[in-house]
Design a binder for this molecule. Structure first.
Ligand SMILES: [Zn+2]
Length: 358
């Protein structure tokens, strides 16, 4: 088992063809590589973790330095020494920095100073992950370098919360928006990988791994590993939370929350998922087609009809406010989540009773 490599690492895309579910962004990036119109800085933005931002940044680092770039597709060859070195995180001049731990103004100045020195590579690249986590002063340190005509380096800012980055930086970078990957694209990809890996999973198991990935390929691949090992997903919190809400059980909500904490679940992600679920319920009530994240439209519709459109709207408002508070939080997200569950149960109680009185 010591050589075991997690699936999401093993199947990390190596060129544009392999990047799943980001057709628009990939088309633009290929074009820019082929026509050699690469800016000084990109911002790869996308709410969802694991939807391909840093993978795209690594592919870009290879594409701008590859010795045998495919001039038609913009794909790096993955065979030359530079490509190999970059894949092994072993290439001088190509750097990955997480701004979560390196977000001070001193860190920014260090990077900028290095970028201005000569680097042993055609186009030095800095991948600056979680770039919304750098301090305001650090962000301001980039303003002049980003506009310098002599800047040879390529900076790729990656962020799940681009709204937290200052506008003066954003106006100096080329932004590419990565969307949550749709469940069907994820399903097809998981199907392919489970065949290569001989996992012998059923269609339902593949569906469950895809849907519970919530638009993230990384989550979905991790789900696939759990299902291949245990037969099912232990932490299927989406369904647990919805059935707890349907039963309007305060005590149960605290139990679910405690369980989430002990399994290291992300409260913000769970709340964002719930926001999407309630938005889908609204669409279902209106007779519109929900997103393909809805596993079982019938059970959603039943739950949604019992609360009614006004109740659903009130729930969506509460969820949206909580997501915002969690993003900018100074409070423990677990507490926010538990308060939210109590408020949602209140809303559901209120509207279920008015709906049944009529
Ligand atoms: Zn190459």
């Amino acid at each position: 088992m010591s050589n075991y490599q997690e699936l999401y690492k093993k199947y990390r895309p190596k060129d544009w063809d392999g990047l799943v579910g980001q057709t628009g962004v990939v088309r633009d990036l290929r074009k820019e590589v082929v026509s050699n119109q690469i800016p000084t800085a990109y911002l790869f933005a996308g709410k969802q973790h694991g939807c391909g931002k840093t993978s795209a940044a690594w592919i870009m680092a290879k594409a701008v330095n590859c010795e045998n770039l495919d001039k038609e597709t913009g794909n790096p060859c993955n065979e030359c020494q530079t490509c190999k070195n970059i894949d092994n995180n072993n290439q001088l001049g190509v750097h990955y920095v997480s701004m979560a731990n390196n977000g001070s103004v001193k860190d920014a100045n260090d990077i900028i100073r290095q970028a201005q020195m000569s680097q042993p590579i055609n186009r030095p690249v800095w991948i600056l992950d979680e770039s919304h986590r750098m301090s305001k002063e650090a962000a301001e340190a980039w303003l002049i370098p980003l506009e310098s005509p002599n800047m040879k380096a390529l900076f790729i800012f990656c962020s799940t919360e681009p709204e937290r980055m200052i506008d003066t930086v954003k106006s100096r970078v080329q932004q590419k928006s990565f969307r949550s990957i749709n469940a069907l694209d994820i399903y097809k990809h998981l199907e392919k990988i489970s065949q290569i890996e001989n996992l012998e999973l059923t269609e339902d198991q593949l569906k469950s791994a895809s849907l519970e990935g919530n638009g993230s390929l990384r989550n979905a691949l991790q789900n696939l590993e759990v299902i291949a090992r245990d037969g099912k997903l232990a932490g299927s919190y989406k369904n647990k939370i919805l059935s707890m809400l349907a039963s309007r059980n305060y005590v149960k909500s605290l139990e679910v929350s405690a369980e989430m904490e002990s399994e290291g679940q992300d409260y913000l992600q769970a709340t964002q998922q719930l926001y999407r679920d309630f938005s889908d319920m609204l669409l279902l009530i209106a007779g519109a087609t929900p997103s393909d994240n809805v596993g079982n439209p019938k059970s959603y519709l039943k739950f949604a009809s019992s609360i009614g459109p006004h109740g659903i709207l009130e729930a969506i408002k509460l969820l949206g406010d909580t997501v915002n508070t969690m993003v900018y939080n100074t409070v423990d997200n677990r507490i926010l989540f538990e308060v939210l569950m109590f408020k949602l149960i209140e809303v559901i109680k209120k509207y279920i009773s008015t709906n049944t009185k009529k």
